[in-house]
Design a protein around this ligand. Sequence first.
Ligand code: AMP
Ligand code: GLY
Length: 433
Amino acid sequence: MVRFVRLDKRGMLCYHGSAMNIAVIGKGGREQALVETLADSSGKPQIFSFPGSDAIFRTAMPLVADGLESLVDAMVREEIDLCVAGEESYLVKGEGLANRCARAGIPCWGPPKESAQLEASKEFAKKFMMKHGIPTGKAVAVTNAQEAREVIGGNYPAVLKFDGLAAGKGVAVCPDETSAESFLIEVFERHRFGEGRLLVEEFLTGPEISIFAAVCDDKYLVLCPARDYKRLKDGDEGPNTGGMGAVASRRLTDENTLRVIEQSIVEPTVAGLREDGLPYRGFLYFGLMLTPDGPKVIEYNCRFGDPECEAVMPLLQGDLAGFCLAGARGEFRPELISFSEGWSVCCILASAGYPVSSHSGDKISGLEDCKARVFHCGSKCADGGWVTAGGRVLAITATGATLEEARKAAHAEAAKVDFSGSQRRNDIAYRNI
Ligand code: AMP
Ligand code: GLY
């Protein structure tokens, strides 16, 4: 893309090459997928990112900042027309990203802090669902290990959820007392996730599905559904992770199930937000379990899923930038985007030690041979190549007209890429379909 360099009012170098400037906030594979899809929009907007990553900065310009306040200053300086929230933490940090953008007059695709409590507090979300009759598992909030034991009452599996942001690691499905006790130690003695309460939730069964809606005030568009694979190992074994892969397709669920989900969950959630005076413009993610009693909400997230985003974005057609800008201004324009009919499969390569720890600096090989889309979740440039720099390192996505085509290509292309200690699941898009 041709970029023009100009000096802004303060004499600083600015890059300007298009009608629209968009800031994407976050640094992972999800944000890279958003950056690339937004950059591909019809108006060819200029994308900026904070904190971004080496992979993101191949497409986007960096926003130089060291906190929310200076980030918004940088957005004003770069004449940002639209802020797109990728990562959840910024939505609830300090004053809240969207709240701060609103004060600076920058439209933000992502909800204000008060609405983002739907993700940031599991207790808040549970109360919201109870109040609005949205199907979900029963739960009790406890403040210490002894209370937790009493509520569990010897019934296993027990589902324990820390009541705060924990990067997908604050939930434990405990098959027995030993595993429950060790999670209680993590939460109440080691304070692994910080201070907070714990929810003891009813154990639900059934296949899981991730439903995404683009919400604009009282209106919404349900996007292409996806399924992620949260456990580390094949066969859904091993610890929960942020997600080891994903599959997306409009055909992932039948029409009837999707209609039930929309009527019993999406519609009442959007109506509930309005009723409770919680403004919402942005992606809303419904983590659902299709139980024998119908779909139930496991969790809400106030942003796109990761790695689902890396699977869904390659299927998106149309003008995502125009859609998000209109939506952030309160104008619902569903006709601007659509999803292709095919399938998309994303395989994650994670570093040694993940999810307990992560390993940085391992040289990544085979990227030049990989013909699939590669999104970088945790990597950096070093000595003219790429090295690991996080738990989840790469998301490798292939699309195809059929499920078979997409999953074969995704696994074959992911197998070409390697680094010391890399971990990958072989059953992504084969299991639970
Ligand atoms: P969450 O972070 O709330 O999405 O939970 C992480 C994972 O834990 C989910 O994807 C489920 O596999 C599992 N899980 C969460 N809640 C329940 C529940 N009530 N019953 C059974 N499994 C659950
Ligand atoms: N894939 C799960 C999440 O984004 O929380």
